[in-house]
Write a protein that binds this ligand. Structure first.
Ligand code: UFG
Length: 338
């Protein structure tokens, strides 16, 4: 069974390709390489012994996308990761985000309809919940007004998919990710941020490596036990495995509705300072950090209620915070040496 993975050379995409191959799926990757490197395909092949098919083009190009589907009518499903994802950049360049993230989705849905490809897994985000009124947050929590154009593209995308499955013979699962961190055990694939990292873990590992002088902790005056914000960090390999379960749910015909939504988190919340301490514990290093003012748009605290995903997908995040930060460090060192 062949699966198209869009954005398959990206951070979550590459880990998912590996898990799909381990589970016996054939994979074709489409990636425009806007924010990733072609060498990732070689590293996937090193890990699994199987080289995925790979095509480089932009899925917002309708003609190229149609041509791709015309040549790949044997696909049983698509996992759509390809998207711009930087919150701050989306505030500066909203149209770039709306055009890229939504045009690509619509071209894919159109191709699925035209060529009879039945199954779609979509990368969504816990950002759709905003600051949830109740924690942990379950899938039935209300969707709050998006904090950024990026977050809005995820909300609008879920609506587009929901509308499309009602009139076409398509099934879809949206996976709402909490905070994926860490890297594959091999150290061969991991997160490769462009320029100065926005996210906490790459900033920590780059500070540990000496690329960044000092980590800024954005605020310690939140209403949390140590004053720093709380997130549900999840190991990217655990996250990748949930995608395989979602695909299998579709191909095994065990979905309960044509469009389903699942939270992907561990159910545990950790503060920024707890993550730094876990990194120091796991690596024996000391992180040079300083408390500064809050970052605009950050929510105070969120963690998942993963019970519905655990029960329905037969999946559970297994790796601990210490394993997550240790694997991120292994990847940073491996990548820099290469
Ligand atoms: N943080 C710092 N210093 C840094 C970077 C981050 O203190 O240099 C803090 C943030 O303030 C936040 C926590 O670390 O409290 C996590 O921040 P990240 O940027 O790693 O992750 P976010 O929770 O802000 O963002 C993630 C995804 C987004 C998604 C969002 C939804 O990266 O794509 O969750 O809430 F939109």
């Amino acid at each position: 069974m062949k699966i198209l993975v869009t954005g398959g050379t990206g951070y979550i995409g590459s880990h998912t390709v590996v898990e799909l191959q381990h589970a016996g799926f054939d994979v074709v990757i489409v990636d425009a390489l806007f924010n990733s490197k072609e060498e990732v395909v070689d590293n996937i092949a090193k890990i699994t012994g199987i080289r995925p098919e790979f095509e480089v083009f932009d899925l917002t190009d309708r003609a190229k996308t149609d041509d791709f589907f015309r040549r790949h009518q044997d696909l049983v499903g698509i996992i759509h990761f390809a998207a711009h994802k930087a919150v701050g950049d989306s505030v500066q360049h909203p149209i770039k985000y709306y055009r890229n993230n939504l045009d690509s989705l619509m071209n894919i849905l159109e191709g699925m309809t035209t060529y009879g490809i039945p199954n779609l897994v979509f990368s969504s985000s816990c950002t759709v919940y905003g600051q949830a009124d109740q924690l942990p947050v379950s899938e039935s929590a209300p969707i709050k007004k998006a904090e950024s154009p990026y977050g809005n593209t995820k909300q609008i995308a879920e609506e587009i998919i929901s509308d499309t499955v009602h009139v076409n013979n398509i099934r879809a699962i949206a996976l709402r990710y909490f905070n994926p961190i860490g890297a594959h055990d091999s150290g061969l694939i991991g997160e490769l941020p462009n320029g100065v990292p926005d996210n906490l873990l790459p900033y920590i590992t780059q500070t540990a490596y000496g690329i960044r002088e000092q980590l800024k902790v954005f605020g310690d005056d939140y209403n949390t036990p140590d004053g720093t914000p709380i997130r549900d960090y999840i190991h990217v390999v655990d996250l990748a495995k949930a995608h395989v379960k979602a695909v299998q749910r579709m191909t095994d015909n065990t979905m309960k509705q044509a469009f389903e939504v699942f939270n992907l988190g561990t159910g545990n919340g950790y503060s920024v300072l707890e993550v730094i301490k876990a990194f120091e514990r796991a690596t024996g290093m000391t992180i040079n950090y300083k408390i500064v003012g809050r970052r605009e748009g950050d929510i105070e605290q969120i963690w998942a209620d993963p019970s519905y995903s655990n029960a329905e997908l037969g999946w559970k995040a297994e790796r601990t915070l210490d394993e997550m930060v240790a694997s991120a460090w292994k990847w940073e060192q491996h990548y820099r040496k290469e």
